[in-house]
Design a protein around this ligand. Structure first.
Ligand code: NAP
Length: 286
């Protein structure tokens, strides 16, 4: 029997619909969420992500500004723009599309963003708040995964959860969110011994590796929920995840497709964070 397909497109559309409803209610109080998106250079994948974020802003009724800066922009110029946006009352969220060119420090850019406008939740203040469990914003990809699990009734409480990958933007915060929801969490990485055996014990397996066909059926427990965060490009240009979809589909209980799984959820969570930031700035309680 095949796994239940966790449809990120469908869940995203639902969440964006509820965001739009709330934006329409806020409009009557003179509040309109605003997002500034900055892109430096010409990276083709980043261009696509930024376009998708602009579209999502339109769909949710947000105000948005896009700043497309040339590759040779200096760190000082970029931080100068961020500081202006920090003080711009029409802007509730600031997102600088990563990666930035090598001559700019990613961390310096992240540190420059006002934590109340840090809708990616990468600023050390927000990272610390997530660790404590008292947060305003959640990092978009892990938050999107949690929303998908909730939508399909997969509760991490007491379950063995394995996250493959320990990056600051996906693996580590993913593990933390599963832990907050009472999962028993293991984080794997490139130095993990017996990776296959560890993964095969997971009730919830999250793959955030960045390698096509990494997770094979022998790494998956019968009936497990398998979340594929990976976004890899094959030689033919097609986007694919980290999971061997067809073989894992026969064994898993739940599985996210790529594309159409975690990807759309990530952008939707960015919209959710921007809405939250607008309410924070307007002094409106949830
Ligand atoms: P990353 O920073 O490159 O991290 C990859 C992680 O995988 C690292 O922790 C690495 O371990 C681990 N890894 C690599 N090879 C491994 C191996 N052979 N065995 C076990 N672990 C291994 O990547 P990322 O930024 O977290 O992104 C991961 C994937 O998710 C990428 O495909 C990215 O495009 C995708 N992504 C998707 C979304 C979305 O919205 N769907 C959002 C963000 C990222 P070490 O730490 O030991 O090196």
């Amino acid at each position: 029997m095949s796994a239940v397909r966790m449809d990120g497109k469908m869940v995203s559309a639902k969440v964006r619909g509820s965001i739009l409803d709330e934006v329409n209610r806020l409009k009557k109080r003179g509040v309109r969420p605003g997002l500034a998106v900055i892109i430096v250079g010409e990276d083709p994948a980043s261009q696509i992500y930024v376009r998708n974020k602009e579209r999502a802003c339109e769909e949710c009724g947000f105000y948005s500004e896009k700043y497309a800066l040339p590759e040779e922009t200096t760190q000082e110029q970029l931080i100068g723009l961020i500081e202006e946006l920090n003080h711009n009352p029409h802007i509730d969220g600031i997102l600088c599309q990563m990666p930035v060119p090598a001559h700019i420090s990613e961390q310096a850019v992240i540190d420059a963003i006002d934590p109340t406008k840090d809708v990616d939740a990468f600023h050390p203040v927000n990272v610390g708040k997530i660790m404590i469990g008292d947060f305003d914003f959640l990092p978009c990809t892990p938050a999107g995964v949690m929303e998908l699990l909730d939508e399909y009734g997969v509760d991490p409480k007491g379950k063995k959860c394995v996250v493959i990958g320990r990056s600051n933007i996906v693996g580590k915060p993913m593990a933390m969110l599963l832990l907050h929801r009472h999962g028993t969490v293991t984080i794997c990485h490139s130095r993990t011994e017996n990776l296959k055996e560890v993964c095969a014990q997971a009730d919830i397996l999250v793959a955030a590796v960045g390698r096509a066909d990494f997770v094979t059926a022998d790494m998956v427990k019968e009936g497990a929920a398998v979340i594929d965060v990976g976004m890899n490009r094959r030689e033919n240009g097609k986007v694919t995840g980290d999971v061997c979809y067809d073989e894992v589909n026969e064994k898993a209980g739940y599985l996210t497709p790529v594309p159409g799984g975690v990807g759309p959820m990530t952008i939707t969570m960015l919209m959710k964070n921007t809405l939250k930031a607008a309410k924070l700035h307007a002094g409106i309680e949830d």
